[in-house]
Design a protein around this ligand. Structure first.
Ligand SMILES: O=C(CO)[C@H](O)[C@H](O)COP(=O)(O)O
Length: 232
């Protein structure tokens, strides 16, 4: 089974947790997009849900699929959010933001009673940090903020650099919220809570991609099939 099939298998399994009448947060990324396709199919067959998307791209795909959307301002409490992740540790702490949508993803996840993360097996790690940690930053003073993140990373044993993310033609990537993304290569984050606190203390940091104690269930798909993990 290729990675695309695994993502689709995890997304399909997540549909078992979607119930009629739910207010549903809908994630961003290639795995979440597979979920959107299954959700659109179910809506076409009569499922009624209200969706709150975590990015403009997801919103577009949902609308194309006939999924009813509302803004989080109109539906501020959600029953469930289903989203992908870049890394998932055994306690279901996550690194997210590889798709540049971490701010809206975190706001939506925080507004949801439950978060289910869907992924192929490659996202499963013993400790977070191999995937560079995305940090959404304000454009004002971006270099100063980048250096401040670099100092945090160094204090926490980072092995690599902190780089501003660029888009396809080399210009800085701008998020849906109008911010920049700095990717911090830690290599291994031994104390995610301490890193989260240190990043939150930097004024130019809008939000970071550590989602700690937010997911209550992970659905992984791999060669051996689909397995579900809940928080220990
Ligand atoms: O956090 C995200 C977007 O900001 C994505 O969920 C994460 O990057 C995983 O993406 P994919 O499913 O394409 O591997």
């Amino acid at each position: 089974m290729g990675s695309d099939d695994m993502k689709a298998a995890a997304a399909r399994a997540a549909m078992d947790h979607v119930e009629n009448g739910m207010r549903l947060g809908i994630g961003t990324g290639s795995t979440a997009e597979k979920f959107v396709a299954f959700l659109a199919e179910a809506v076409g067959q009569g499922l009624e849900i209200i969706g709150v998307p975590t990015s403009e791209r997801t919103a577009r795909l949902c609308l194309e699929g006939g999924i009813r959307l509302e803004s989080l301002d109109d539906v501020p409490e959600l029953d469930l959010v289903i989203d992908g992740a870049d890394e998932i540790d055994p306690a279901l702490n996550l690194i997210k933001g590889g798709g540049g949508a971490l701010l809206r993803e975190k706001i939506v996840a925080h507004a949801a009673a439950r978060m289910i993360v869907i992924a192929d097996d490659s996202k499963c790690v013993e400790a977070l940090g191999r995937f560079p940690l995305p940090v959404e930053i304000n454009a004002f003073g971006a270099e100063a903020t980048r250096r401040a993140i670099e100092a945090v990373a160094r204090d926490h044993g980072a092995s690599g650099e902190v780089a501003l993310r660029t888009a396809s033609r080399g210009e800085p990537l701008i998020t849906d919220g109008g911010h920049l993304i700095a990717d911090a290569s830690f290599g291994h984050i031994s104390d995610p809570q301490a890193v989260a606190c240190a990043l939150n203390a930097i004024p130019g940091v809008v939000e970071h991609g550590l989602f700690l104690s937010m997911a209550s269930r992970a659905i992984f798909a791999g060669e051996a099939g689909v397995r579900e993990l809940t928080v220990p």
